[in-house]
Design a protein around this ligand. Sequence first.
Ligand code: HEC
Ligand code: HEC
Ligand code: HEC
Ligand code: HEC
Ligand code: HEC
Length: 211
Amino acid sequence: MPQLFPRRADTILRAAVALAVLALVLAGLVARGVIDPARLTGAATGAQAAVPQPSDFSHRLHAGEIGIGCRMCHTSVAKGPEAGYPQQWTCASCHLALDPKPELDWRVAWNRVRPLQEGVYFHHGIHVARGIGCATCHGPVETMIRVFPVREFTMQWCLDCHRDPAPALGPPGAQFRTAAAPPPPAHEGGALLALYGIEPSRLDHCYVCHR
Ligand code: HEC
Ligand code: HEC
Ligand code: HEC
Ligand code: HEC
Ligand code: HEC
């Protein structure tokens, strides 16, 4: 019997099947959160793997889709040096009323994604009070299933902003406005420097961050 298809058709068919299987496996991994596509965009900029956590928790679901404000769980971020992690009762305040309840141990101790090394002092409140958004330093957390670091917290990175902070500043409270509120008035970085009384010339002194 004469050959209906060229010999090469067999190879092409096999390759197509293999590709289809690969695509299905990848789609499955993305759907289950094993692979987070948002992470691929950060991979080129020093992003690293998310740290393992004692319990399932998705920022994309809670902060993104449900729209819970960052401060409900990171309660000291606007005032204290540390942002803080949610306590068991913060999760329970919603989840005791939800059905079905997710199967998890609420007495969790969360692992830090990206700690600073010993001897470096950082203070969340002072940055947040100057209108610097969480995303400026942490990336688009509300799109992440598992939080992963979008950058290294290097000394050079801190210094770059401390020497020229104007572009990163925002009007007071801007980052916590709700979607329904009118957008804050357009601002000019220089005007905010003056409003907040920031003096970049003293912000790169060693004792600011090493005390
Ligand atoms: C403001 C309310 C609220 C708070 C606070 C909250 N959640 Fe949720 N959570 C929800 C809602 C709503 C869902 C979606 C429920 C659903 O789809 O069945 C959800 C879903 C989940 C799921 C997925 C459930 C599943 O079966 O797939 C997990 C896990 C979870 N939350 C863990 C937590 C943890 C851990 C905390 C505390 C750090 C927390 N949640 C705090 C409202 C909340
Ligand atoms: C419902 C509670 C909840 C809300 C709302 C929430 N978070 Fe979180 N956040 C957590 C929990 C739990 C962890 C620890 C587990 C993890 O890393 O996923 C965490 C960890 C983080 C981390 C990693 C910190 C580190 O280095 O260990 C960052 C950054 C973060 N959150 C930023 C945000 C931002 C920005 C928002 C608002 C857009 C937000 N979170 C909203 C519960 C919450
Ligand atoms: C100017 C940069 C900057 C901004 C703005 C910022 N963070 Fe952070 N964040 C950091 C650094 C640096 C660390 C690591 C601190 C350490 O290890 O001492 C950190 C750590 C954290 C942690 C884990 C450890 C802790 O402090 O409890 C959480 C959670 C967090 N940030 C949430 C937020 C949220 C939510 C916002 C916005 C409201 C925010 N951050 C704004 C730089 C920033
Ligand atoms: C995106 C800009 C930006 C980044 C990034 C940034 N900072 Fe700042 N930082 C500021 C601004 C603005 C102030 C407020 C200065 C003021 O109000 O006088 C500040 C203030 C501070 C202060 C308090 C200074 C004082 O004594 O008044 C400390 C400490 C500090 N930053 C540490 C750090 C460290 C450590 C890092 C890196 C891990 C860092 N900052 C990254 C913008 C930034
Ligand atoms: C705006 C904040 C900031 C200022 C100002 C600053 N540093 Fe740092 N410094 C850091 C951070 C953040 C690290 C940790 C970097 C890392 O882990 O990659 C660091 C790390 C260091 C280290 C350890 C380096 C290493 O590789 O372990 C030395 C030494 C140091 N700084 C000296 C200085 C000196 C000297 C000055 C003044 C000229 C200064 N720093 C000013 C933020 C700052």
